[in-house]
Unconditional design. Structure first.
Length: 74
């Protein structure tokens, strides 16, 4: 039996089918897990963001209202 990969490379970025989310996607997606707030990881345009609480202030600065209205911190 073939195993489903944990992470897939897609045009939007790295995708986790089991969790239905993208990791630091470079194109807009429905659910984005942002690993840290560097500009090459924190991009606007996603429907929902998930990030660590320690990155929240920098993400708010970088993404503005797009992040503030569509985020969850962990």
């Amino acid at each position: 039996m073939a195993m489903t990969p944990l992470i897939e490379q897609r045009p939007e970025g790295l995708y986790c089918p089991a969790g239905d989310f993208y990791i630091d996607p470079w194109r807009p997606v429905e659910r984005a897990v942002i690993t840290h707030a560097h500009a090459d990881h924190a991009r606007s345009g996603h429907q929902h963001y998930l990030s660590h609480v320690d990155a929240a202030e920098m993400l708010k600065t970088r993404l503005g209202s797009d992040f503030v209205t569509n985020f969850e911190l962990c």
